[in-house]
Design a protein around this ligand. Structure first.
Ligand SMILES: [Zn+2]
Length: 247
C-alpha cells in the first residue's frame, strides 16, 4: 500500500511541475501536451516517468541535450515523501485527503515564489475558497475556525507589512489566509513563527558566508510553507516540546 501511495505522490508531483512552470506564464495547464522547455519537442510517455526518466537521461533532454532542472525530480520526490508521511499518520481518512491537498498548494506556491518572487492570486484565492468549502463539507476543522484561521494570521502579517512599509508582500498575506483556512489560527501563527526563525538563520548564514548581501531578499513563501508544513505534520509534538522547555 505504501508503495502505491508513494507512486501516486510521484505522479502528482510530476503534474505539479507542469503547474509550477505554466501557471506564472498564464499557459493552459491541462489542455496541452508536455514539451521540452529548450527545444519545444513534445515529450512521450517514456520521458515523463517521475524521477526515473530524469535519472536515465542524466538530467538532459533526449532530443536536444538541454539541461533539465533539478526542480523536476525534487518536486516529485517531495510530493511522494509527503504523501507517505501523511498516509502513515492519517491512513485513508478525510484528514489524509485534505492535508495532502494542502501540501500540494504549499509545494506549488513555494516553488513559484522561489523562482518568480510572486505567489499568484490564482493559487491563494483558489486555496482559500477550497479551504472554506472543505471546512463546510468535513469535520477536520469547523467553519468558524477556518474563517478565524484565515483572518487572524493574515491580519497579523498585514500589520507587519504596513509597519515595515511593504517589507512583506501581499502575496504572503493571502498565502497565510489560504493556509489558515485549513489549519486554523493557532497552528498557522506558530507556523509563521517557525518559518521566520528558519528564515533568520538562513539569512544570517547567507550574509556571513558572503553569498547574499544584507539587502537581498529571501522569498518568504517557501519559509511560511515549511513552518506550516511542520505544524501540519507534527503540530501537537511541537507545542508539547515548547511547553516542556518552559517547565
Ligand atoms: Zn529538448
Amino acid at each position: 500500500m505504501l508503495v502505491i501511495i508513494f507512486i501516486c505522490g510521484l505522479m502528482i508531483g510530476s503534474f505539479l511541475n507542469v503547474v509550477i512552470y505554466r501557471l506564472p506564464k498564464e499557459e493552459s495547464i491541462i489542455f496541452s501536451r508536455s514539451y521540452c522547455t529548450s527545444c519545444q519537442t513534445e515529450l512521450g510517455v517514456v520521458d515523463l516517468i517521475p524521477v526515473i526518466s530524469f535519472l536515465f537521461a542524466r538530467g538532459k533532454c533526449r532530443y536536444c541535450g538541454g539541461k533539465i532542472s533539478y526542480q523536476y525530480p525534487l518536486v516529485e520526490l517531495l510530493t511522494g515523501i509527503l504523501f507517505l508521511i501523511l498516509f502513515q499518520q492519517y491512513h485513508f481518512s478525510i484528514e489524509f485527503g485534505v492535508y495532502a491537498f494542502l501540501s500540494l498548494l504549499l509545494i506549488v506556491s513555494s516553488f513559484i515564489d522561489f523562482k518568480h518572487q510572486i505567489i499568484p492570486n490564482r493559487i491563494t484565492y483558489f486555496g482559500f475558497i477550497s479551504g472554506i468549502i472543505l471546512s463546510l463539507l468535513f469535520n477536520h476543522i469547523t467553519i468558524i475556525s477556518a474563517l478565524l484561521g484565515a483572518v487572524i494570521p493574515a491580519g497579523f502579517l498585514f500589520l507587519i507589512s504596513v509597519i515595515t512599509k511593504g517589507g512583506l508582500g501581499m502575496g504572503d498575506v493571502k498565502f497565510v489566509a489560504m493556509v489558515g483556512s485549513y489549519l486554523g489560527a493557532g497552528y498557522t501563527l506558530i507556523g509563521i513563527f517557525i518559518g521566520s526563525i528558519v528564515g533568520s538563520v538562513i539569512g544570517l548564514l547567507l550574509i556571513i558566508s558572503g553569498i547574499k548581501s544584507r539587502k537581498s531578499r529571501i522569498p518568504f513563501g517557501p519559509l511560511l510553507a515549511l513552518g506550516n508544513l511542520l505544524m501540519l505534520l507534527k503540530g501537537a509534538a511541537i507545542i508539547d516540546f515548547y511547553f516542556k522547555l518552559w517547565n
